[in-house]
Design a protein around this ligand. Structure first.
Ligand code: EPU
Length: 417
């Protein structure tokens, strides 16, 4: 068993460089199998979700070369196979093979995906979209079977602007006969990144990044090349850390407009930060003002930054109110923050946070990926030693987190128990 051990209270300075986005690369890799040639991805983060997807590509007889953040996926020999539960449940994004295999082979068998336990997370919008494109979907226990004689373009309205459903329907529709429109599509930057790769491979997608996406089906997709966008959630996490502990800390390689909601909230709290080109320069202020935060779909405040942000709110002088609107159960971090000395009260999807409270080191659990990030942040500002258990959740999404923080001056290490 691995444990993350953090000695709190160290100032952070120097530079933290942001990696490629987890939630982009986990869709770009499945999207690559739609090519009949070779796809090259640059800026690929080395996180366990990436490695789990390589296993699926290799199961399907694709060849992967991955070195120094460059991944080449040779898809010429891809064959259609059942994606077993042992692989599908390692991560949420295994569900992108549903759309990709259905698109390529008109048939897919794949087990229900895994991912963080933060709510019921159904995939009904994905299924409904595939059905509207002409697929027959059968559910056999935990396994999904998708089949179609042919896929035909359709007008698809999403009840909620789901990131996963938007991407999966895009993957399924890209080679369908005719034109597909996705309305009330998700607008997250990751969707633009996936559409850009598909277009580079020969697809005809317009409107990605808006709530209406148009996909004109094409017969063949060829070679493709793309840069994975910077991880806005990783950038946001380190920016929050910078607000709490930064002394001329530089968070480098970000895209400012992906972080507008967070940066505006940090300004409201009185954080001393400035953006210069693609870097954020940040210093801890004397005090933080309490604020209200509500998570929303992009460009609103990202749900994936909610748990990290709530740690910062424990340090504001007064009462802050945090509301989670995307998932029904993203509060796993709260009992552990309270154990460390925070004053947080959960009422359904809202947390009332009274601050400022001193946090002290404790043994805590990363109940999911972003709850884990919250534990790391809490450990970095706490007095004494914090031990975080179940850190595999964290390593699924943050590349070299220990090295990045250590280089900036934190005292943090992984211990094998
Ligand atoms: N939903 C449905 N039915 C569906 C699809 C979604 O009811 O068919 C609901 C979900 O249960 C949830 C909401 O809609 O309450 C939003 O879900 P969405 O589909 O947008 O999320 P996702 O695609 O499953 C991705 C990220 C999440 C991130 C969300 C929202 C990946 C692999 N995951 O999930 O990332 O929170 O979008 O931005 O891209 C994380 O990185 O920590 C993480 C959880």
């Amino acid at each position: 068993m691995k444990q993350l051990v953090i000695e709190g209270g160290k100032k952070l300075t120097g530079e933290i460089k942001i990696s490629g986005a987890k939630n982009s690369v986990v869709a770009l890799i499945p999207a690559a199998i739609l090519s009949d040639e070779e796809v090259t991805l640059y800026n690929v983060p080395n996180i366990s979700d990436t490695n789990a997807l390589i296993d699926i590509i290799e199961l399907l007889d694709g060849q992967v070369e991955y070195k120094d953040e460059v991944m080449r996926i040779d898809t010429r020999n891809i064959t259609n196979k059942v994606v077993p539960e042992s692989l599908s449940k390692k991560l949420r994004a295994s569900y992108y093979f549903m759309g990709a295999l259905l698109s390529k082979f008109k048939y897919a068998e794949i087990y229900f995906p895994g991912g963080c336990n933060i709510g019921s997370r159904p995939i009904d919008f994905h299924i409904k979209g595939f059905e509207q494109l002409g697929a027959k979907v059968t559910i056999d226990g935990n396994k999904y079977i998708f089949e179609a004689d042919k896929l035909k373009g359709a007008r698809i309205y999403l009840d909620f602007a789901s990131v996963g459903a938007t991407i999966n329907i895009m993957l399924a529709a890209v080679k369908a006969e005719g034109t597909t429109y996705i309305s009330n599509a998700a607008k997250e930057p990751e969707i633009v990144n996936i559409a850009s790769l598909l277009n580079n491979m020969g697809a005809k997608i317009t409107g990605a990044g808006t709530s209406e996406i148009k996909i004109e089906g094409v017969e063949h997709l060829g070679k493709g090349v793309i840069d994975v966008i910077p991880d806005r959630i990783e950038a946001g996490t380190y920016t929050i850390i910078g607000a709490l502990l930064g002394e001329n800390l530089r968070i480098s390689g970000i895209i400012e407009e992906h972080l507008d909601a967070l940066l505006s909230k940090l300004n409201e709290m009185g954080v001393d930060l400035k953006v210069v080109d693609n870097d954020i320069l940040i210093n801890k202020p004397e005090t933080f003002k309490p604020i209200n935060v509500k998570t929303l779909v992009f460009p609103g405040f990202a749900t994936d930054l909610g748990q990290p942000m709530s740690v910062l709110l424990t340090q504001a002088d007064g009462t802050s109110i945090f509301e989670e609107t995307i998932y029904e159960n993203r509060m796993g971090h709260v009992p552990f923050l309270n154990k460390m000395g925070a004053d947080m009260r959960v009422n359904d999807r809202t947390i009332i946070i009274n601050g400022a409270t001193k946090l002290k080191g404790e043994e805590v659990v990363a109940t999911d990926l972003r709850a884990g990030a919250a534990m790391v942040i809490a450990g970095l500002i706490a007095e004494g030693t914090t031990r975080v258990n179940e850190i595999d959740h964290i390593l699924r999404g943050y590349e070299n987190i220990v090295e990045k923080l250590e280089n900036a001056g934190a005292k943090i290490k992984i211990e094998e128990l």
